[in-house]
Structure formats: structure tokens, C-alpha cells
Design a protein. Sequence first.
Length: 125
Amino acid sequence: MEERGIEHHGSYVSVDCRNADAALWTERSRALAMVCIRRSVDRVLVDASDCEPAGHYALRDALTAMVLGEVSSGLRLALVTNVSSLAALFGVLQRELEWMNVPARCFGQRGEAVAWLVGPPRAVL
């Protein structure tokens, strides 16, 4: 059964949080966690264009629980937004996830995010 707002694209899963308020963020974040648990997803794209920044806390909590619970090894996360305050919050989330060895990047365009997400991991020097 597919979760609403979650799409499977072969090598990655995308989460549609466009125009999301806090309630939709929570719904989609829970759905993402369930998909990752059931399918061992390791590549995730979150499209958060034109949405409410405060809702990102639900995503952060879901991702942190997944990582700490070792639900998906090798998790890689691409975030897309055009909201400057949300991009700043995603910067903090990116640093938190990288501290847990989860590569994460924020992009302004979906195409750039997909290219990074499905591309080969780069060595950190």
C-alpha cells in the first residue's frame, strides 16, 4: 500500500511537502518513516517548496528516530525549498544529520537535488 504524498522513483523515494502546514508535515514525516522501515529506503528527497517552516520539526524528529534506530543504513537526504527561513533551518538539520554520518543537502531546484541524490557518494576529506 502506498502512502499519500510518498512516491517511489526506483533508486529513491520522494516526499511531497509542498505548501505544507505543520499538520501535513507531521503526516508526511510519519509516512516517510513507515516507508523507510518497510522498504529499507536509503535515498530520500523532500520537496518543501512554499511551505510553513515550523513544520520541519516533525521531519527532523522522524529522521533522527530512523537514524538512531538504525532503520536505514546509508541514508542520504536531499531537501528542496524556496523559502529562505526554511533553507536556514534545513542547514541546521543538515549539520545534525552529518554529525550522525547521514549526508544531507539543501537545494533550490528539484533537478539539482535528484542529481546529487542518485549520484555516487563523494569522499569527505
